[in-house]
Design a protein around this ligand. Structure first.
Ligand SMILES: NC(=O)C[C@H](N)C(=O)O
Length: 319
């Protein structure tokens, strides 16, 4: 029996061309998959958006579509804009069973450019999705031949075709010798819980720390949102003015880092140091970046978990 692949197109540069109405480049036409004969391909296009227009509601719609079609295919590829690709990948990682082989990819150049990287990324993603070793790893991101897990992958360059990286790096690689694809994995997947929210309506805002921040915008965000994430400094430290603000917040306040790799650690005991923030009730985000910590918090709040249970999930660090 021929392998069955589902291709879900959502827009992004991989679907973009110069705008016929004038300004810039916009998503228009989903890319063709070339170079994969003897495969039954079914295509879906739930929406056609630049990825800055993607919301958690779109991510939930995608998770539901993937779950629906997974039993009738051997692999699923999602084409997506690169700007928020890691957020959709992580949302799917949190909400889909790990046995479904889902691979996200995109491109950094559009189809009218000489350096158009869409076709190679799409073929790589399809071959990774159909590879039997991919099953059990949860949603992955394939870009430039590197295979990343959804938890650690992040966009590391605004314009290079090698736009994705993250700490500690790829979990695998796809290369091609002639027509034949070779897929190698370097690590085994770890067991982890997944979550089934029926909506994504919780409001979580991200605040970005900087030298001299006195908490401007904090009170308004804390009043509006159901929970906050702060992209804090280093191992999760803040200026002293933030300490009393966090101490009086009853809603969950998750501390991530604006530094590009590494964990949140309760090391420092000066006012606003990580140890004082944790003592004041803040929740360390472990190794998650601020925008992924936001999605985990949003999922947990949408499921109705209280602050202590949320603290427990982040504290266990298994996601
Ligand atoms: N390379 C890309 O896909 C970037 C584009 N702005 C998007 O995310 O939709």
């Amino acid at each position: 029996m021929l392998p069955r692949l589902a291709l879900i197109h959502t827009g992004g540069t991989i679907a973009s061309r110069p705008n016929p109405d004038g300004l810039g480049v916009t998503p228009q036409e989903a890319p063709d998959l070339a170079g994969l004969p003897d495969t039954i391909i079914t295509e879906y296009q739930p929406f056609n958006l630049p990825s800055p227009h993607i919301t958690p509601a779109h991510m939930l719609e995608l998770a539901q579509l993937v779950a629906e079609i997974a039993p009738s295919v051997d692999g699923i590829v999602i084409t997506h804009g690169t700007d928020t690709l890691e957020e959709t990948a992580f949302f799917l990682h949190l909400t889909l069973p790990a046995h479904i082989p889902v691979v996200l990819t995109g491109s950094m150049r559009h189809a009218a450019e000489v350096s158009w990287d869409g076709p190679a990324n799409l073929l790589d993603a399809a071959q990774v999705a159909l590879c039997s070793e991919t099953r059990g790893r949860g949603p992955l991101v394939v870009f430039g031949g590197d295979i990343f897990d959804a938890r650690t992958v992040t966009k590391v360059h605004t314009s290079s075709v090698d736009a994705f990286g993250g700490y500690p790096g790829p979990i695998g690689r796809i290369d091609r010798v002639g027509e034949k694809a070779q897929v190698h994995y370097f690590a085994m997947p770890e067991p982890r819980p997944t979550y089934q929210p029926s909506h994504t309506e919780a409001k979580v805002e991200v605040l970005y720390a900087y030298a001299g921040w006195r908490g401007e915008g904090y009170a308004q965000a804390a009043a509006r949102a159901d929970g906050l994430v702060i992209a804090a400094l280093g191992t999760g430290n803040l200026p002293p003015e933030l300490l009393p603000l966090i101490a009086e917040t009853k809603k969950p306040v998750v501390i991530a880092t604006r530094t590009h790799a590494g964990p949140i650690l309760p090391v420092y005991g000066y006012a606003g140091g990580g140890a004082t923030l944790v003592e004041a009730g803040a929740i360390p985000a472990s190794f998650l970046n601020a925008h992924k910590a936001r999605l985990l918090l949003l999922v947990l709040l949408s499921l109705g978990l209280d602050v202590e249970r949320i603290r427990g999930v982040f504290g266990e660090g298994v996601f």
